[in-house]
Write a protein that binds this ligand. Sequence first.
Ligand code: ZN
Length: 269
Amino acid sequence: MNIILSHDIDHLSRREHWGDAFLLKHIVRDILEFISGKINRQDFHARVADFTGGKWCNALAIADFERSQGLSSTFFLAVNKGYGLSYSAENAIPIIDELRLKGFEIGLHSQGISEEELRVEASRFSHLLGFFPEGVRAHYLRKAADHLVIKERVGFRFDTTEYDIAQSKQFGAITEIPISIMDSDLFYAGSRLQQRSLNESKSESERILDKAEETGIPFFVINFHDRYFCEAYRDFRDWYVWYINLLVQRNFHFASFTDAIEILSRRSE
Ligand SMILES: [Zn+2]
């Protein structure tokens, strides 16, 4: 089983959220997590510092961590706002340039569902970054029932929006490589507040890994949001560092989505 690391860029800074409901939701959630004992005083202070500090993108910190382990990953960049995502892609260009310089791959974090919407986003992405996005993952994993038909027509080579311990599938010229584990789901477990502690999340993520190995899937895709790679989300960050170390110790092979397409096409020959 190959491990694929991926990250959705949902926020750049607090500033982009002025005037939307996200800031209020953020404050309410932090306070509720603190008073219900989900996070301790140290974490709450770190959340306040992070909130007032206002820099919410930790993509380069993750990239440095992964590089220190000899690893690489794919970052998904949004070019349209919506559903709590409020940044302008233009403002992410210096970060994206640096990630590309370090050898990281960039895909589209899509908002649209229809073919027309996705075409507009892919074209905006190409215009901004100078290349067509090979891969796509939808923000909040929103998709049409026939999303692969649509995405193949738009011209993507892979999609990673489905979320299941399942085999990758080929649909014409597009390959679907599903997400196997996602940070928010692991810690929030379907709630608005953190449900699992760091230790509980570690156990759960080991269980998911074992299940994936038993199922015999070729690619185990981790979706970790760069927003959480900081002191304010210590449990999330520490879990990611721990999980990567565990995967390295267990001698898993790491691959990119592009490698995955290559591996699958060789297998089907
Ligand atoms: Zn997202």
